[in-house]
Design a protein around this ligand. Structure first.
Ligand code: 8YV
Length: 307
């Protein structure tokens, strides 16, 4: 009998192809026991779900962030959890930069205007943005993705500040990034990029107080998880134009309710969680997540294990 795998369908044809019919995929509302769980789009995996399957051998996540999986519960039950680190950093940093540039230089707003009936005469006095080159970038979370963002910033002649749980010697020496306190980064950066994981410590990391400390000309870019930012506080700050703009690849909740006030604002750009969304990166993620799945089902060590 093929191992039974619980999965939040639909999944990409690439994953289906890599699975090669060697497992039986069952939908998320399947009530019975399974041999493995494959998470594709961040469905919640809690202790109760794990306990439904006494022989659960592995939880394999398509992606690096595992905040939707109760790692303590998995660890306590000896269930290995796999993820896909180190292969999506470049794509996610590219996206962070795309958002940074688009928000600073009002690219999306400009596109909307250029297509609208209102654009009938060129006017050099409109839609002035913020300089990107030579500005100061602040990165919260100098991990693998943060490092890639800093690399790109060098090409724009930006000064790079970072704040992290631990100092990152490599970033300081090789990338010339300067460690800053949270307050120093918030008050001095022109662009703030969030790349940290969502943990109990980082939930609501950017709230009313932090937004109040940012420069009125600053741009906030979030490619981490929506919940590291307090959505209501950000909405108010943007409505009151207390910062220049925000660019969000992730939101809390995700997606936002279709009538959320944030969706009405012209000083925010929102993309539908596209950080790793390139053909090449998503294929690599599929390969690694399927390798983790099969290793777990075979009782072998996962190539990339979180717990
Ligand atoms: C994926 C991500 O799009 O890796 C992550 O943590 O958020 C993204 O790369 C996602 O995991 C797929 O659902």
């Amino acid at each position: 009998m093929r191992p039974r795998v619980l999965v939040d369908l639909p999944i990409s044809p690439v994953v289906v192809e890599l699975l090669g019919g060697r497992v039986e995929l069952v939908p998320w509302d399947y009530p019975g026991a399974v041999d493995a769980i494959y998470t594709y789009g961040h469905p919640i995996v809690d202790a109760a779900l794990m306990d439904r399957s006494p022989n659960l051998q592995v939880i394999s996540n398509f992606g690096v962030g595992v905040d939707h999986i109760d790692l303590n519960a998995a660890n306590a039950r000896g269930i290995p959890v796999g993820n896909t680190p180190g292969i999506l950093d470049g794509a996610t940093a590219d996206m962070a930069f795309a958002l940074l540039l688009a928000a600073g230089r009002r690219v999306v707003e400009g596109d909307r205007y250029a297509r609208s009936p209102q654009f009938t005469r060129y006017d050099p006095s409109i839609m002035l943005g913020r300089e990107v080159h030579s500005s100061t970038l602040g990165i919260f979370g100098m991990g693998r993705i943060g490092r890639q963002v800093a690399l790109r910033a060098a090409g724009f002649g930006m000064k790079v500040l970072y704040h992290n749980r631990n100092r990152n010697d490599e970033a300081e020496v090789v990338l010339k990034a300067t460690y800053a306190s949270k307050e120093e980064l918030l008050t001095t950066a022109d662009y703030i990029v969030l790349t940290m994981p969502l943990t109990p410590e980082t939930r609501g990391y950017i709230g009313q107080a932090e937004l109040a400390q940012m420069k009125p000309t600053a741009v906030l870019v979030n490619v981490a998880r929506g919940a590291v930012v307090d959505t209501e506080a950000l909405t108010e700050a943007l409505q009151d134009r207390r910062i220049f703009a925000a660019a969000l690849d992730v939101t809390d909740p995700e997606p936002l309710p279709r009538d959320h006030p944030l969706l009405q604002l012209d000083n925010v750009i929102i993309t539908p969680h596209l950080g790793s969304a390139t053909e090449e990166t998503r294929r690599r993620m599929a390969v690694v997540s399927v390798e983790n799945l099969f290793a777990g089902l075979a009782g072998s060590e996962l190539p990339h294990r979180v717990v």
